[in-house]
Design a protein around this ligand. Structure first.
Ligand SMILES: *Cc1c(COP(=O)(O)O)cnc(C)c1O
Length: 382
């Protein structure tokens, strides 16, 4: 009697996560700009470490992640005891929801925030609450107004995905200081390394008992395929999360590659600088073609079109040119396309293609207007 077998409340409300497309039918050499991956890949040192791990495959990995936590602590100036590592930062987000939010609890995130917050909240049986943004930017006042005695977690990505915008640390501090006492503020720093001089919220998470930070090796470190993330915050929260972490959640290859990656900060610096250079170029080039975007602080820009129809038509045109970008209607932004900053050749290709699309659109509109005038004129003939 299968109708007696049902998942917990909330599970069937979860819409399946759709990743960025990776292929275009009939094309073998499409350029993927849909998942905010680093076009330069990981550090050579991370690749070497991954390869060497092949000799240890018969051994269980260490459960403490001590060497990786030590390396992260040294590089970021953080206490390794307050670091927890997971299968991507997705797993850390999941741990937070599993440990702190359940039925009747609320999990807040911003209107155009990362889809995993909703998924993890529902998986924990909690109620997801989306808070409106102001001009596609996190609005601290709106979050404070939405917080209630049931609010257990507040997730903000800073910089945010898919908007690329960010708010300053004083604003985040004000948010942390004014949330109700039972709520944890989680600062998702998936793109923090792209912002020179920004600590991702580490200093706040060091001193405040209600602030937790998540980070990832999937973006600037170029290791999205390997799945490694980490979190840092109050010892009490880290201790709670470790109780539900699987002892062998990370493999030896993940641990070794991540440790080598974090120790190669020259690679991070090179990638950040090249990203900033091409991001500025692409944003300016698209603006000249009539496609504006908010100032991005991450490794993508959110290109805005007149409406959903134009964004959809541009997406199809780009696919035809072998360029894959991300539709973000699922994030409440139907008139936008999120474009990852690729290498210089990819940026030039996508800018050129969008220019061609806009020019063809303008020519069609002019022809249609002339046609309509012509038809009116014909009707007006005696
Ligand atoms: C990409 C991304 C992550 C990273 O997820 P991983 O599980 O670490 O790959 C986390 N948060 C946001 C907002 C992201 O865009």
């Amino acid at each position: 009697m299968t109708d007696h077998i049902r998942p917990k409340p909330g599970i069937l409300d979860i819409a399946l996560y759709e990743g960025g497309a990776a292929t275009v039918a009939g094309l073998s050499d499409a350029v993927k700009l849909s998942s905010n991956e680093n076009p330069f890949g990981p550090s050579d040192r991370a690749k070497d470490a991954f390869q060497r791990a092949v000799h240890k495959l018969h051994r269980y990995p260490v459960t403490s992640h001590a060497a990786l936590r030590q390396a992260i602590g040294e590089v970021h100036g953080l206490d390794p005891a307050r670091i927890i590592c997971g299968v991507g930062s997705d797993e850390i987000i999941h741990f937070l929801c599993q440990a702190y939010a359940g039925p009747r609890d609320e999990v807040l995130f911003t209107e155009h925030g990362f889809l995993m917050y909703r998924i993890s909240a529902l998986a924990a049986g909690a109620t997801p609450v989306a808070v409106r943004e102001r001009d596609r930017t996190t609005d601290v006042e709106a979050i404070l107004a939405a917080a209630t005695p049931r609010t257990k977690l507040v997730f903000i990505a800073n910089p945010n995905n898919p908007t690329g915008t960010m708010i300053g640390l004083p604003e985040i501090e004000r948010l942390a200081a004014n949330l109700p006492p039972q709520a944890i503020l989680v600062i998702d720093g998936a793109y923090a390394e792209y912002v020179q001089g920004y600590d991702g919220g580490a200093a706040l998470a060091s001193i405040r008992p209600n602030v937790f930070m998540t980070r990832t090796f999937s973006k600037i470190y170029g290791l999205g395929g390997l799945r490694i993330g980490w979190g840092y915050g109050p010892q009490a929260i880290v201790d709670v999360l470790n109780r539900i972490r699987g002892p062998f959640n990370l493999s030896t290859a993940q641990l070794d590659a991540a440790e080598a990656a974090v120790r190669d900060q020259d690679h991070v610096t090179r990638c950040r600088e090249e990203n900033a250079r091409m991001r500025g170029w692409l944003a300016e080039s698209l603006a000249e073609k009539g496609v504006p975007s908010d100032t991005s602080t991450a490794n993508f820009i959110l290109a805005r079109f007149a409406d959903e129809a134009e964004a959809g038509a541009c997406d199809l045109y780009l696919q035809g040119q072998g360029l894959i970008v991300r539709r973000v209607a699922g994030y409440g932004l139907p008139n936008c396309l999120r474009i990852t900053i690729g290498d210089e050749a990819s940026c030039r290709r996508v800018a050129h293609a969008i220019g061609q699309f806009k020019a063809a659109n303008a020519a069609n509109a002019a022809a249609a207007a002339a046609g309509a005038e012509g038809a009116e004129g014909a009707e007006g003939q005696p």
